[in-house]
Structures are given as structure tokens and as C-alpha cells.
Design a protein around this ligand. Structure first.
Ligand SMILES: [Zn+2]
Ligand SMILES: [Zn+2]
Length: 321
């Protein structure tokens, strides 16, 4: 039974008449997490994991009609049972387990395997069919442990501090920013500042009870040399008048794409390979843990991963065809 169909509006579960992370406006949407490519505006009603509700409202507005469920608590639509499970991607992110007439499918959404200490850790779920993301689904993507990357970033920060320079890292305002703050601000080398967009997100996450260290807003006016030795986390580099006043700063990018030389060269500055998505081994291990024989791959290297899975005997296909 095809519990999820891939339509022009996105993933659709016919017996429940509900979409999952749809990209066009629909009546009823189940949302895996608050990132913009998953939680879009314009749906009539939203169903999301409990930890994502406030973050989705921050982005789409308080007026949206939304219901939320904690991880592990099932809810039923037209006799189809849905349950959210942690995806380990960003705070509040979920996979969606769908059960109907004995058939079980899981939509992974975005996920990461390594527990980052802040986000709920990924919980692989047994199923017949697993719809997995494949953003980094090639063997060249092989992440190092978070502790190693923390050490690398701190080394860079320390060096900049010794040279009286500020360190600037650009990061998504939801996910990477909080992960970096958690990694770096618990035992900081100098003061840590973050852009106001990040601070708004932090406030919600702290209210939800996550152990996210407090950081300071970027001052409108810096005092003399206040920025020397500071770490500044911004959602986009060198935007805002504050950036010009603190040069020369040292910049860095922390992303899975920094594994590729062409992205490192384009970016310049320091680069750290840090992703909120699973790497090749993480994807393969997760697929194995689900016990699924049928696998759909989505995003990034979907075709390459599907081909490899076929070579291993899986009934696999890339959603993009
Ligand atoms: Zn995401
Ligand atoms: Zn995504």
C-alpha cells in the first residue's frame, strides 16, 4: 500500500487526506520542523511536534491554526495513526511515523545522527518503508565528532583573540546558531554575541527548557576594542552597520558543505565541517536500523543513494525520479 504519494504539492497521505511538509498551500499539513523549506505559510491548519510549535509561530505568525503533539503520542486522522519521533536535526524536529492497516511508513524529515547535547537525539523507528533525506548521501561526507569540531573552532577563536581580532561565524538562526552557542558559550574564550534574529529564537528555546547558554546582543555601538577576542554569531555575515565598525574581523563558516573544496574556496576565511544533517554512514546506519526494505530518498544526492541501496538489495527510489 502506498501510504505516501509524491505529488506536485509535496508528500501526501491519501487515506488521511493530509500532506507532510507540503510546498504549496493545502488544507491540512503535518510539519516536521520549523525550517522555512518545511514549514511554509498559507496552509489552513498545521499539525506539528510540540517543541516546534512556538518556533513555527515565530516564523509564520501567531494567527496560524496549529495543533501540536509531544514525541511518542499518537493521533489519528481518518483511521490513520500518526506519531512524531525525534529527528535530532534541530530543537523540536521530528520524523513522522504513519500506520494504517498494519502498514508502517516513516518520513524522516531532516535528521542528524550524532547527539549534539542540546537537541533531542534521533530515534530510528521500525517501519516497512522509510522516506529518508539524502542531503549528504555520498561516501565523501564523513563527519568528525562534534568534540573535535568544538576544539577546532576554539583554537581558531583563541588565535584571533591573541591577535586582538573578533571572530565572526555565520549560522542559520534556527539550528546551527544554537548548536554553536551550546558548543562554544558554556566555556567561552571571550564574550559571545549573537544577531537579534538568533536571540529571538534562543528566547523561545530557553523558555521551552533547553539548556542553552545566554549570549549578548550585538551592541549598536561598540565601546573601544570591546570586540577584540569576542565571538559573534550572525545569521548572515557582514550585514548591518555593526560589521563595518569592528573590522578587521576573522570570518568562518560552519557547514557540511565545507567538506567540499569549491565551497571553501568560494567562502574564503576559516571553515569548519559541521552539519545538522546525517553524513553517509549516518544515513546508511539509520536506514538499517529502521529495518525497512523499501526506501525513498529525498534531497541532495537522492539518486546516488537510491542506486547504492538498490545494489544492496533494497527496493529503493529517488523521490525526484
Ligand atoms: Zn531542516
Ligand atoms: Zn530541509
Amino acid at each position: 500500500m502506498q501510504l505516501v504519494e509524491f505529488t506536485s504539492k509535496g508528500m501526501y497521505c491519501p487515506p488521511a487526506d493530509v500532506y507532510i511538509d507540503p510546498h504549496n498551500a493545502v488544507n491540512k499539513a503535518i510539519i516536521t520542523h520549523a525550517h522555512a523549506d518545511h514549514a511554509r505559510s498559507g496552509h489552513k491548519s498545521y499539525i506539528c511536534p510540540e517543541g516546534s510549535l512556538a518556533l513555527i509561530k515565530l516564523r509564520l505568525g501567531r494567527h496560524i491554526q496549529a495543533t501540536s503533539y509531544p514525541y511518542g503520542q499518537s493521533f489519528s486522522i481518518n483511521g490513520v495513526e500518526f506519531t512524531f519521533f525525534p529527528a535530532g536535526h534541530v530543537v523540536g524536529s521530528a520524523q513522522v511515523r504513519i500506520e494504517y492497516k498494519g502498514e508502517i511508513w516513516v518520513v524522516s524529515g531532516d535528521y542528524k545522527v550524532e547527539a549534539d547535547g542540546l537537541t533531542e537525539a534521533l530515534e530510528p523507528v521500525k517501519c516497512h518503508c522509510f522516506i529518508t533525506e539524502s542531503t549528504f548521501g555520498l561516501p565523501i561526507y564523513n563527519w568528525q565528532a562534534q568534540d573535535t569540531i568544538t576544539h577546532e573552532i576554539k583554537h581558531w577563536w583563541q588565535e584571533n583573540k591573541e591577535n586582538q581580532k573578533p571572530s565572526l561565524i555565520s549560522a542559520y538562526s534556527l539550528g546551527k546558531a544554537q548548536r554553536l552557542i551550546h558548543m562554544l558559550a558554556n566555556e567561552p574564550i571571550g564574550p559571545v554575541y549573537a544577531h537579534s534574529t538568533i536571540l529571538k529564537t534562543n528566547e523561545i528555546i530557553q523558555k521551552l527548557g533547553y539548556a542553552l547558554p545566554a549570549v549578548q546582543p550585538i551592541p549598536a555601538r561598540w565601546k573601544e576594542n570591546e570586540w577584540a577576542g569576542a565571538l559573534i554569531i550572525s545569521s548572515s555575515l557582514a550585514t548591518g552597520p555593526w560589521a563595518g565598525r569592528i573590522s578587521p574581523w576573522q570570518k568562518a563558516e560552519a557547514s557540511g558543505w565545507m567538506a567540499l573544496k569549491k565551497f571553501r574556496d568560494r567562502h574564503g576565511g576559516a571553515s569548519f565541517v559541521l552539519s545538522d544533517h546525517a553524513d553517509w554512514n549516518g544515513i546508511i546506519a539509520t536506514i538499517k536500523e529502521t529495518g525497512a526494505h523499501k526506501v525513498y530518498t529525498m534531497h541532495g544526492y537522492d539518486k546516488a543513494l537510491a542506486q547504492w541501496l538498490q545494489s544492496q538489495g533494497y527496493d529503493a527510489a529517488a523521490v525526484s525520479g
